[in-house]
Write a protein that binds this ligand. Structure first.
Ligand code: FES
Length: 77
């Protein structure tokens, strides 16, 4: 079983899909495959988090991030 250091929860509800969560997930996956992040982070897709107008929405280290972009993740690594 893999042991991850941190989890990222990304909403994949319908409004977040309209606001680009699929592209965000793809970019996050690519970034987290590279060293030194490889195997340390787990991306978890979630249902709606009730911040639909502010999507894509994610939670990293208990912090809710609205209108998330890949640069927001880079700042957390
Ligand atoms: S659809 Fe993402 S917060 Fe509602």
């Amino acid at each position: 079983m893999a042991t991850y250091r941190k989890f990222i929860f990304v909403c994949t509800g319908s409004d977040c899909k309209k606001n680009g969560c699929k592209t965000l997930l793809k970019e996050m996956g690519q970034l987290l495959k590279t060293d030194p992040h490889k195997g340390k982070w787990k991306i978890v897709k979630t249902k709606c988090m009730d911040f639909c107008k502010s999507g894509p929405v994610a939670v990293i280290s208990n912090e809710l991030i609205k209108k998330m972009e890949i640069g927001d993740l880079r700042g957390k690594l």
